[in-house]
Design a protein around this ligand. Structure first.
Ligand code: SF4
Length: 316
């Protein structure tokens, strides 16, 4: 459904000099129909830039984005419009991503109007009502404003708005990060139910590894603009190979503390370096306890070390 090939996105830094933010550096992945790729990593690792580049909110610096085998990277606005209908986005902040001055009915109907798919007012009302019910809300919510809803309900409205065009690809950019923990599971279960009913493909971006495990078929771990490990969801949690992935997994709090005398593996120390001047060689070498000379000089390439398990590390 979606294929991203060697995507690069750099931003110019305002001010003197010709500094660049290296947000995404040569990322490739694909998502089959009806499956979910989870992208995880710390803030600033380039996850959201990938999402926005796929949606063509950002123009990629180089590389390509293909939908169903069609390269959309350089399509103009007019050619892009029918493609946009096929891929929609759910945003992180359900408070900022809904227009506070619009009623729920108009928020959900807006994409239909933009793509001239609404029909008569009664038909649009019916489409909005059906979509609200699909996400666990109802007709009685149509004439209310976003401020009258809880965070979880607002995110359901955002999901309804994204689904009303019947997209084939949904980009979920940290859709649960701003929600209470008790609500996160509800929204994730809703997304899973929608996928099983409609066969939609998801690019699911999050920094919560536990939640990504639950929703994803495949997981890609990102560090400073690159994917450093990618494999089936179950495999990455069972046998993480990259030192960064191991550190991320070790940092998940456990409900069962290690028995007395058993030492927990060390989690990652220090901060993610600036994407304006990423470290040479492996960008993780400044925080990696296994770093050796070659790590400071050569960028490790993402390659399959076992069937379906790709890692970018000089240890492999
Ligand atoms: Fe650590 Fe070297 Fe592997 Fe990078 S390439 S993760 S620094 S061992």
């Amino acid at each position: 459904m979606l294929e991203v090939r060697d995507l690069v996105k750099r931003f110019k830094v305002k001010g003197p000099g010709r500094k660049l933010v290296h947000a995404v550096e040569g990322v490739s992945f694909s998502i089959p129909e009806g499956e979910t790729l989870g992208l995880v990593g710390e803030s600033g690792c380039g996850k959201s830039t990938i999402a926005r580049s796929v949606m063509r909110i950002y123009e990629p610096t180089s590389g390509s984005v293909l939908i169903d085998g069609v390269d959309i990277t350089h399509l103009g606005e007019r050619e892009l419009k029918p493609v946009r209908k096929r891929m929609q986005m759910i945003f992180q902040d359900p408070y900022a991503s809904l227009n506070a001055r619009m009623k729920v009915r108009d928020i959900i109907a807006e994409p239909l109007a933009a793509h001239r798919m609404g029909g008569s007012r009664a038909e649009t009302d019916e489409a909005v009502r059906a979509m609200l019910e699909h996400v666990g809300l109802g007709r009685q919510h149509m004439n209310r404003y976003p401020h009258e809803f809880s965070g979880g309900q607002r995110q359901r409205i955002g999901i309804a708005r994204a689904l009303v065009l019947k997209p084939e690809l949904l980009i979920c950019d940290e859709p649960i990060s701003a929600l209470d923990v008790s609500i996160q599971a509800q929204v994730v279960n809703l997304l899973k139910k929608i996928q099983s009913e409609n066969g939609i493909s998801y690019l699911f971006i999050a920094h919560d590894l536990a939640m990504v495990r639950y929703v994803s078929h495949t997981v890609g771990v990102m560090y400073l603009g690159r994917i450093v490990e990618k494999c089936e969801s179950a495999e990455i949690y069972k046998r993480p190979l990259h030192p960064y992935t191991q550190g991320l997994l070790d940092s998940i709090p456990s409900p069962r503390p290690a028995p007395h005398g058993v030492e927990k593996a060390a989690s990652i120390e220090g901060d993610i370096p600036s994407p304006i001047s990423p470290p040479p060689g492996c960008a993780f070498h400044t925080r990696c306890r296994y770093a050796k000379d070659v790590c400071r000089e050569a960028i490790p390439v993402l390659k399959a070390v076992e069937a379906g398990h790709e890692v970018a590390c000089h240890l492999f």
